[in-house]
Design a protein around this ligand. Sequence first.
Ligand SMILES: [Zn+2]
Length: 228
Amino acid sequence: MGLADLHQCLALRERGAERHPLDRALLLAAAAVPEIAWADRPLGARDAALLTLRCEWFGPAFEAQVACPACGEALTFTLDLNDFAQRAPRDEAPVTVGAARFRRPTSRDLAALVNAVDVDAAAQRLLERLALDGVRAWSAEERTAIEAALDAADPLAHVTLDLACTYCAHPWSAPLDIAASLWDEFAAQADRLLDDVHLLAGAYGWSESEILALPPARRQRYIERVLS
Ligand SMILES: [Zn+2]
């Protein structure tokens, strides 16, 4: 799906509005490649598709704002998402830790744990879903080792940014949620489009379909006239 298909953009925005972030990620992945059953694909494969979609829709430069956790200053930095796309997993083979093999977690695995309140119990249940050679109770140390091996095999599944404050030099790490970021950008774009429709419909009495059918440059010129 392209951003130029305005009716589809608005429909996708509405489908995702009340949905869980996991569902939104799957809606976006389906917009990228509808033929794939994304719920059952590894998270890194899903997010590689979302990165490609993000670059198609908005380009590879990603500007982010964060507050320094030490001094509170607002920081802006720009990432080149092409760097992350290169971390897409090259294969989806099971990960071996000791004598046991584990498949890589999928959106469906995370969805099964969405209502878990106990972190340890959720981690155990996740490994039970992923274990290919039998289930047992894993110690906290074993779980950490298995999770590290899974992360290493699928680096896009958990992207962490190493940041340093330009004001106080404080270093810290922050997760980058590719799916949530893309949804926020997409939703903001769709909401701006609705604002445009609202403005032009009020000014000229045109229908939504008539406004969406305008070439973008001409729509923008009418908006400028209404606002001037
Ligand atoms: Zn700082």
